[in-house]
Design a protein around this ligand. Sequence first.
Ligand code: GAP
Length: 471
Amino acid sequence: MPIESSQLMEKLSALTKRRGFIFQSSEVYGGINGAWDYGPLGVELKRNVKDAWWRQVVRNREDVVGLDSSILMHPMVWKASGHVSNFADPMVDCKKCKKRYRVDEIAPDYEETGVAPTQCPDPKCKGELTGARKFNLMFETHLGPVQETANKTFLRPETAQGIFANFQNVVNSTRIKVPFGIAQIGKSFRNEINPRNFTFRSREFEQMELEFFCKPGSDEEWFKYWVEERKKWYLGLGINPEKLRFREHAKEKLSHYAKATTDVEYLFPFGWGELEGIANRTDFDLRAHQIGMRSVGKWNGEELQDFKLVDEDPEYASGKLSYFDDEEKRRYIPYVIEPSAGADRATLAFLCDAYDEDQAGNELRTVLRLHPRLAPIKVAVLPLVRKEGMPERATKIYDALKERHAVVYDESAAIGKRYRRMDEVGTPLCITIDGDTLTQGTVTVRERDSMKQERIAEDQLVKYVDEQILR
Ligand code: GAP
């Protein structure tokens, strides 16, 4: 049943709170802006999103390895990467109501025109705005007990730099060869000026990032390849294709490091929003870190034995972060294709996409039509009544299934009510143990979306559930 987008976000945030998916951080103290907590069901859902990503990007391939780098890094990382000087949003403040705005949000053509609005966009205020100022989004912190400039560093605003900084370690410690990727999932922090739209724009969030290193010249092919792969991922997990779009950035709108970027966007109730950016970052980052390493005396440009002059920029191609290609017998700095996705945004998109209401008999039911891989609970085991040996039989089934899947056992309330509770949190299958189970060894399996019920032999149940869930 179609739900008004103006109501969807409200209904979804009420459901996610009521059923323990997402809570406001520090709610007991009145909350904190831009930070969210995932409750018992939310943590399972988000973990399933991350697992599905890891399965596609790392596990199911031979050419990508994983990494878990630290959040705190040497401050030079952020200088060399360009974050200290460039990772800033222009903002303006209203002198009257004190609201703060990101200029590019209230004036989308600001980048081209350079003209910032002068009047507060709040029609009730209409106060005068300050001139635009750059506001760096990185959270500063200090290493050690003394807060001096010398020990200042930042909470990472992206996981990607931990990958670049470990490029050499991974090449030296594995037998992997270009083209190959390093993948990482982890927290990132940005002091967003206006956190909003539920978890969509937060100050603390999780990223799922792949840096795929390839030979210069092969980058455009790999870029196309990864756009297609990522498309398959979202669609394979059941996202409505009409609400998913791939938007190529115009050349003049590209970030300073990118040769091409395609954003993956989802039509949220509040409009189109970016789920993922897929960028051709060229050799920008590895080069930048070579320069960074040199500036702190970690690399003095020494010649390498196997260096052969093929790059028009030999100084950098012979550096520490270059790669020796065994087959071609030459050294180069690999190009990088980066599909960079947000775990919280993907989770929110899957939730928005799954939320539905329909008629179940005389009742209106709320159902989360989540893909079985993503559903926080896969199966509910429900004895029809709390007597006649049904709970004991149900417990046996529960024990057999819980080794393989996230399963719950529930014997409270009328069966219809228990079904509704499971529909509302997206549980694909409910197994009911009834009188026939005791006499004939069969159970009722009810499918969430169609509400159809079928009888399955108890000894076929594990196989049946595997087939339904591991799609
Ligand atoms: N390494 C590239 C990079 O970080 P980005 O486009 O700035 O690129 C990648 O971020 C993804 O991280 C975004 O597409 C989004 O899904 C997620 N993300 C970025 N900022 C976020 C925020 N404030 N809240 C939630 N997710 C965010």
